[in-house]
Design a binder for this molecule. Structure first.
Ligand code: BES
Ligand code: MN
Ligand code: ZN
Length: 509
């Protein structure tokens, strides 16, 4: 990961190979930027005279400095200052590192934009320096990520910038900017871990390997990690997790991560995160078509997000009791595999009829959701790449959200707007319930063609008991098919920034 620095040196003293300069469209601000740019570049870029570059959103201008001949200047159009959003700051940071990659600039610096007293449409509040630094550094670090550890040839193709400096507009702002940069560093470290776990092939990340990564993430950040093996899973009676694992030669694991703040006298809320940890989903006997099946190595993205979130929360020492629960297994069609028509008994004694072995996520999550009740939680959130149906409904832009705790869902929604890991709520109307009625068991694991994201969530709801519960179906948002501003193709690392933001702002009711 790039090294991050914050300072307030005069921009002309910045020695970085690339210097990013924000440009607002507003007349006076634009003129100020141009005067600054002339000094830094030693020339007057003709694109500005010709109004090719006017600071509009989406415009960029790359200039060679004649003052520091090895330096590139990247002017980033920011639009009107009154329209500024946090996401735009993230994208500015991202542009700086993406551009550095393409011009092979090793070190990057970025000038803090003069945000004035702008209200953001996302939150309706002004930009504190912490948030300016957090978002710019987030964008820079997220855009710098690549998964290339298995690419052993042509190391020169693996160019990546090594350092990123944020240049504050005044010395007095630096301490607060540092706070935000530190937060971004912890968050992005966790996002990198989530992306690495998702992008790693299924032959590397088996259920046991996932458990070892959870242990490693917990170590050093003061998180107690317990891993239950197949025998203990069987003895507990987690029939869903055992049933799905039957078809694989790799035994399942049930991972428990438990973080408590070190010293606190006051009562803290207990929140449980549950992550779907299917390390490869072939569909089982109801096997998937082979096109794109490789993507299903990422069917543990919910689990990875839980591991990353617990790690980040522990590093930030947030005043909450946070538990991460991960049922981990492969879904393969081995000789002893689960079959359509089979009936399983879950941890709470409820039975489920297997209609389709490819609806495996809900079977393993059911046991974990029952287990979650042991903590008498104030809130349970599960993250799962649960249904293709949610991708049909929302595409890759928004995570599907369903649940029983409206007050919590409102807070998740706000965290989604702040982090731009946006969620969109779908209903759990009781009329859908008849779709998962079984003739032979308590519930059936599929609901037919319609409303698949909803029937998946309704299946889970049957195992949630009395605690407030939010389900996040990340099937569309965890897997990036086409690279975006700061997300490369592959695992997106969705969930960490959303949940840490939620937990930092969490109001228990
Ligand atoms: N892991 C898949 C869902 C998925 C699909 C994740 C696409 C990411 C991208 C899940 O286990 C699954 O196979 N769901 C089935 C459920 C159906 C059989 C009721 C689906 O969505 O087709
Ligand atoms: Mn499946
Ligand atoms: Zn799956």
């Amino acid at each position: 990961m790039m090294k991050i620095a914050v300072n307030a040196i005069p921009p002309e003293r910045a020695k970085s190979d690339l210097l990013a300069i924000p440009a607002f469209e507003d007349k006076d601000l634009f003129q100020k930027m141009v005067n600054n740019l002339k000094k830094l570049a030693g020339v007057y870029p003709p694109q500005i005279g010709a109004k090719v570059f006017s600071g509009k959103k989406g415009q960029t201008l790359l200039v060679h400095s004649t003052v520091h001949p090895k330096q590139f200047l990247l002017v980033v159009g920011m639009g009107k200052r009154s329209d500024l959003t946090q996401e735009q700051l993230r994208r500015m940071g991202a542009l700086a590192t993406s551009c550095a990659r393409s011009v092979r600039a090793k070190t990057v610096a970025c000038l803090e934009p003069d945000t004035g007293q702008v209200e953001t449409p996302e939150t309706g509040v002004t930009f504190p320096p912490e948030e300016i630094a957090q978002t710019i550094v987030e964008g820079a670090l997220l855009a710098a990520y690549r998964y290339d550890k298995y690419q052993t040839q042509n190391p020169e193709e693996k160019f990546t910038p090594t350092g990123f400096a944020l240049i504050g507009s005044t010395r007095s702002r630096v301490p607060r900017l540092i706070q935000g940069a530190k937060l971004a560093h912890i968050l992005c470290n966790a996002v990198y871990l989530v992306r690495d776990l998702a992008n790693a092939p299924g032959n590397e990340i088996t259920p046991d390997a996932l458990a070892r990564h959870a242990r490693a993430a917990g170590r050093g950040s003061g998180v107690a990690v317990t891993v239950l093996n197949e025998r203990r899973i069987a003895r507990l009676g987690m029939g869903g997790l055992l049933g799905v694992a039957q078809g694989s030669a790799c035994p399942p694991r049930f991972i428990i991560m438990d973080y408590k703040p070190r010293t606190t006298t006051r009562h803290v809320p207990t929140i449980v995160l549950v992550g779907k940890g299917v390390t490869f989903d072939s569909g089982g006997i109801s096997i998937k078509p082979s096109a794109n099946m490789a993507e299903m190595k990422m069917d543990m993205s919910g689990a990875a997000a839980v591991i990353g979130t617990v790690q980040a929360v522990a590093k930030l020492a947030l005043p909450i009791h946070l538990v991460g629960l991960i049922p981990a297994t492969e879904n393969l069609p081995g000789g002893r595999a689960l079959k359509p028509g089979d009936i399983l008994k879950h941890l709470n004694g409820m039975t489920s009829e297997i209609d389709n072995t490819d609806a495996e996520g809900r079977l393993i999550l059911a046991d974990a959701l029952v287990y979650a009740a042991r903590y008498s939680p104030d809130l349970v959130i599960d993250l799962a790449t649960l249904t293709g149906a949610v991708v049909v409904a929302l595409g890759h832009v928004a995570t599907g959200m369903l649940g029983t705790a409206q007050h919590a869902m409102r807070q998740v929604e706000e965290a989604g707007l702040r982090t731009y890991e946006r969620v969109w709520q779908l209903p759990l109307f009781e009329e859908y319930e008849r779709l998962i009625k079984s003739d032979v068991a308590d519930v059936k694991n599929t609901g037919g063609r319609w409303a698949g994201a909803i029937t998946g969530a309704l299946f889970l709801k049957k195992f949630t008991g009395t605690y407030p519960w939010v389900h996040l179906d990340i099937a569309g948002t965890a897997i990036t098919e086409e690279a975006t501003e700061y997300t490369a193709k592959g695992g997106s690392g969705v969930g960490v920034r959303l949940l840490v933001d939620l937990l930092r702002h969490w109001k228990n009711y």
